[in-house]
Design a protein. Structure first.
Length: 256
């Protein structure tokens, strides 16, 4: 009589029947989302070289707009706006379409870019011509052939707030490749623009200090009075202190 194995006992390998092939389809590896890491690293390096090689922060903002417009697939224009404390609006834009939308935004004081700057949050407009939040942008968008906009907050530490806007020629939600690339470039630019602002501040301080020394030598006054003289002169001439300090140093060197 054949021996029946006890319940729950293991059956030896040589007694098992033929192994059945699973009919379930194998799970495919997840497709990578976003730009290739090597490509993105190259873009960030090139952005750093371009911005840090600019003569000043205004030129760097212009280079930023041009670089993002060239680097983000699907974008027909990139606009950058920065608002400093008590200072003028710094603007730059590159691309064949969307300039009218920029002009309407800044004329009316409302739009995706200003909303992103104000709320410090990403603003996505899948169909600019039909978005009820900014009806004034519908006609310029149609005229320019712009369908969608992505506005990313731009925050330069201790200096300015603003946004980087990407105008797209196709309507709909932007894909992860576009968003990841654009956000990585904007985040890197915040660090780079902050460094440029720091260098400019140091340069201005050094120039002002030299001019104050010239005033002290000429007038025989104290440090505080020399700073006051420089500030009053700048106000009277309608110039900033750096410009007045540069002129004073140039004249002093010529007369030395």
């Amino acid at each position: 009589m054949p021996r029946v194995p006890a319940p729950n006992s293991r059956v030896s390998t040589h007694r098992r029947g033929p192994r059945l092939l699973s009919l379930r389809p194998r799970r495919r590896a997840a497709e990578p989302v976003g730009p290739h890491a090597v490509e993105l690293a190259g873009l960030l390096h090139e952005l750093s070289v371009r911005l840090l090689g600019a003569d000043d922060s205004a030129a760097a903002v212009d280079r930023l707009a041009g670089f993002v417009a060239e680097s983000v697939r699907g974008a027909v224009r990139c606009s950058v706006a920065l608002i400093g404390e008590g200072g003028p609006l710094t603007r730059a834009g590159h691309g064949p379409a969307g300039e009218s939308c920029d002009e309407v935004q800044y004329a009316t004081g409302t739009g995706p870019a200003l909303e992103a700057a104000r709320t410090r949050a990403l603003v996505i407009v899948p169909d600019l011509a039909a978005d009820p939040r900014w009806p004034a942008l519908a006609d310029p968008a149609r005229a320019d052939g712009v369908r969608a906009v992505v506005a990313i907050p731009l925050d330069v530490p201790r200096a300015e707030v603003g946004a980087v806007s990407l105008y797209l020629e196709r309507a709909g939600e932007p894909g992860p490749d576009l968003l990841l690339t654009a956000m990585a470039l904007v985040n890197q630019s915040e660090v780079l623009l902050g460094e440029l602002r720091r260098r400019e501040t140091q340069s201005v301080d050094a120039t002002v200090d030299r001019a104050v020394g010239v005033i002290i030598a000429q007038r025989g006054c104290g440090v505080r009075e020399a700073y006051d003289v420089l500030g009053e002169t700048a106000q009277r001439l309608g110039l900033d202190r750096r410009a007045v300090a540069d002129r004073l140093i140039t004249v002093a060197a010529r007369n030395a």
